[in-house]
Design a protein around this ligand. Sequence first.
Ligand SMILES: Nc1ncnc2c1ncn2[C@@H]1O[C@H](COP(=O)(O)OP(=O)(O)OP(=O)(O)O)[C@@H](O)[C@H]1O
Length: 255
Amino acid sequence: MTGLVARDVALSLGGRVVLHPSSAGVAPGELVGLIGPNGAGKSTLLRVMAGMQPPDQGQVVLEGRPLATAGRTWRARTLSFLPQDEVPPPPMHVADLVALGRLPYRAHPDRARDGAAVTRALAEADLLALRDRPASRLSGGERARMRLARALAVEAPYLLADEPVAALDPAHALAVMDVFRRLAAGGAGVVVVLHDLMLAARFCDRIVLMHAGQVAAQGRPADVLTDAALRAVYGVEVRRIEDAVIPWRLAGATE
Ligand SMILES: Nc1ncnc2c1ncn2[C@@H]1O[C@H](COP(=O)(O)OP(=O)(O)OP(=O)(O)O)[C@@H](O)[C@H]1O
């Protein structure tokens, strides 16, 4: 069976249910947007899907193999995870840090192939001009692109990225979403946590909408990003412009 599938995964942390039984997945060739308000459980579900956080119940299956028992190297080569948390970068140059994405291949290093993957990833994240800069001397958005480049350098068939465009300017955000689209067009399965509903509507094949620790809806953007759903989940009224969806004013606010 192809794809990455989380089936009825649930999780409690610190005595609180943070994820009620939820199911979500991504197929090869698909770009899935994971959206929802702050605290809805997006990062939690993504971490569970990435195998970073074992669920209390339910199962994650990657290409037919339960993630919990899959080999570490196979997993690291098959699934690349970009966490949301920003940690200060180690004292390394940008290209060396991005090259850490090739660690899953260290048992049989192929310098030419590894070098090409790093250069491709740097180019996709628009970092070629900064490749020899110490990572500590990057701006916040540049650091976010460097972390993305490291995840891209794995060249895994599945990529799970938690808010990869949150710190990016509009041009870089669009360029990164284009990269995700190209990855999906090449057969990869990509799940990306987004707060920008316009990007979600414009780029994603499918949307998983989370609310209060569970999946409230999933499907094609037009079917999920309905006025009623956005009002119920985000508390915003929306105004539609062509295909785009933007929060226009807080629900309940007077004109
Ligand atoms: N270690 C923890 N212990 C207790 N509660 C936690 C822990 N980690 C996260 N939570 C809670 O779980 C809920 C879901 O958190 P999560 O990070 O998945 O939300 P999110 O949808 O990614 O939010 P955001 O958009 O703000 O990044 C939140 O209410 C959060 O406070």
